[in-house]
Design a protein around this ligand. Sequence first.
Ligand code: BTN
Length: 333
Amino acid sequence: MRDMQQKECDVLDVQAAESAIVNGMAVEHIVDCLNNHKEENRSSSSFLNYSVLYKKEVDSTNLWAKELARAGAPEGTVVLADAQTAGKGRRGRSWASEGGHSIYMSLILRPKIAPEQASMLTLVMGLSVTQVCNKIPCLGTALGQNNTVDLYGNRKSVKSIVNPDGTINFDGNLLDAKIKWPNDMVISGKKVCGILTEMGMKGTDIDYVIAGIGINVNAAEFPEEICETATSLAIEAGIQLQREEIVAAVLEQISINYKTFLSTGNLKNLIEDYNEVLVNREHEIRVLDPKGEYRGIATGINENGELLVTKEDGTSVAVYAGEVSVRGIYGYV
Ligand code: BTN
């Protein structure tokens, strides 16, 4: 470990720490990867000064982060767990959080912005995860699930993997991750990542924002209720991935995008990147508005993160995420 600050969680005893390396995630590896990213980007420090905490199991990393934020933990504090017993999803739903294969993490932010601007942070998070996943090489299923590759560095060695019949597995394709507005990351029309952003207030100001991120990394199967709509990076890429590297890459990307967001207080400088990966763009969608469902063509987001929709009667509306969700005409996307 070099200059990155690392804190050990006080509940980690020696046994738990060992199992963290064997079955869970190695915080030190995350910190090393973060430092490597900094070196690759030739920056002496990332915008967010990260400090990473890990527990083998928690109820919800968002609840844990909230506790820490209330106790004064600084911006950049990241909490991670191998498993969650009460993982929280959006709209009061639960988030399946088995141990051993996925990422459950929450980041404490303390942005000096108006509360109305905070909802845009959720799009910043979704964009960051998507940008990272789109750098993951896609091997297809020929190699099965037993291969491990680095997110970036070892791509050359991936290229050299040859099947018994002489064919090469890696053809240069990368994962094609998209965002279903506002922030679900999808691949092949199925959800891989969900984001739950929560906010704590001090009077009329933001005290803290908790950005909770769940990524299905190496899961091979899903509970029956979501098996039609969920997938994992490993299923889509045909390889097992190191969660630590993905955590570090996502944190680094968040740091970059968060800085850009704060420079204007809106998504002005991120619109282009976001719309490029917006799965709904130029597609017909159903807007599930509690006041009445309607259809239209989604054309992209505006600088406030609202989805611009051209309705069937030709009028345009800017849809705010709050109570509204969107669906494709034939299904989830
Ligand atoms: C969604 O419903 O799409 C949002 C899911 C968010 C899940 C993540 S997992 C890490 C963090 N802790 C939680 O309890 N929820 C979020």
